[in-house]
Design a protein around this ligand. Structure first.
Ligand SMILES: Cc1ncc(COP(=O)(O)O)c(C=O)c1O
Length: 361
């Protein structure tokens, strides 16, 4: 078996130990006589899995007791509507920072439900930086303030949080959750599609402060009401059972193999540092993002010559470094190096890039 190094923006690599454990337990989980995929979500054996997953997530992210953890479906994209449907219920106003396609989509969707303001944008430079924020521009009575914490396509991230005062801060953390510790208490709500750092596609995690639950707009579909899911322990309908099980294994891997979230973050900083150091020293490859806003997870880069970019992607793919083609709006290449990408994958890719650079002077 030859596993590739997969630099996909998502779904992406899962830790090999997690896949091996899941494979081992595929036919029979514990002594249940069945696969996790076959279990009733209401069985006691499955309840242990979902409760275990929530407990581990709470422990890993140090989630305060006054926050609910919801295991939903519909992807992060569903949260673009679910957040306004549940939160846009006071002044009917919300603020957005436009840092890329996903932030734009969240903004566009929320506009269907209320008065939304883009307080800053980096669209003028193809989202290659995080715009400076002027709190005077913030809507004082907004129901929430939305950011995309890590911009998967453009490779930027917030380092400093907007100072929103009593306005709840909502963050799309799809491409950075579990990559480093975050102070959950600074947020009203955090959401993330699981398919980058948490597990397979199909699971969407929402971490929401309790006082923001229970005030959905009257026309909110039942399945889009946080209260329904919170009251039913994410079991109002069938949750994505297998994805939650894998998420639990991923959390165990972070705890047992990586040494916890602080160590995970250290590892991620080292991996990204190795890559950025090479980009900064290379005469051929260049990063596309301003240095101070660089993401630890997604690294877009170019040669400046589209034919050479194509040649690089083709040769890299043949050598077992796959999914390096950049998003069509940026071009060039992008290496997504989520938690499960081993250091060795980045080291080998950098070696490969050095050799390519030498051969294409
Ligand atoms: C930051 C961010 N937000 C939202 C999404 C959309 O997620 P989903 O496909 O789970 O709806 C993505 C997907 O890549 C993303 O990277």
């Amino acid at each position: 078996m030859a596993r590739v190094y997969n630099f996909s923006a998502g779904p992406s690599m899962l830790p090999e130990q997690v896949l091996a454990k899941a494979a081992n337990e595929m036919l029979e989980y514990g002594s249940s006589g069945q696969s996790v995929m076959e279990m009733s979500h209401r069985s006691s054996v499955y309840e242990e899995i979902i409760h275990g997953c929530e407990a581990l997530l709470r422990q890993t992210l140090n989630i305060p007791d006054n926050y609910k953890v919801l295991f939903l479906q519909g992807g992060a994209s569903s949260q673009f509507s679910m957040v306004p449907l549940n939160l846009l219920n006071g002044s009917g106003k919300a603020d957005f920072v436009i840092t890329g396609q996903w932030a734009k989509k969240a903004y566009a969707e929320a506009q269907k439900y209320g008065q939304c303001k883009a307080v800053a944008s980096s669209a003028d430079q193809t989202f290659s930086y995080i715009p400076k924020l002027d709190p005077n521009e913030f809507t004082k009575d907004a129901d929430y303030f939305h950011i995309c914490y890590n911009n998967t396509i453009y490779g930027t991230r917030f380092h400093d949080l907007p100072q929103t005062g009593s306005v709840p801060l909502v963050a799309d953390m799809s491409s950075c959750i579990l990559s480093e510790p975050v102070d959950v208490s600074k947020f009203g709500l955090i959401y993330a599609g699981a398919q980058k750092n948490m597990g397979p596609a199909g699971l969407t995690v929402v971490i929401v402060r309790e006082d923001l639950i229970g005030r959905a707009r009257e026309f909110t579909p039942t399945m889009f009401d946080y209260k329904i899911h919170a009251e039913n322990g994410s079991m109002y309908n069938t949750p994505p059972t297998y994805a939650i099980y894998i998420c639990k294994l991923v959390l165990e891997w972070i705890r047992d193999k990586m040494g916890g979230l602080e160590k995970m973050a250290e590892y991620n900083r080292k991996k990204a540092g190795l890559f950025y150091d090479y980009l900064d020293s290379s005469d051929l490859f260049k990063g596309t993002v301003v240095k101070e806003d660089r993401s630890l997870m997604n690294i877009p880069f170019v040669t400046g010559n589209t034919d050479l970019d194509k040649k690089f992607v083709a040769e890299a793919t043949a050598a077992g470094f796959v999914n390096l083609k950049g998003h069509r709006s940026v071009g060039g290449m992008r290496a997504s190096i989520y938690n499960a990408m081993p250091m060795e994958g980045v080291e080998k890719l950098v070696e490969f890039m050095k050799a390519f650079e030498a051969a294409n002077k």
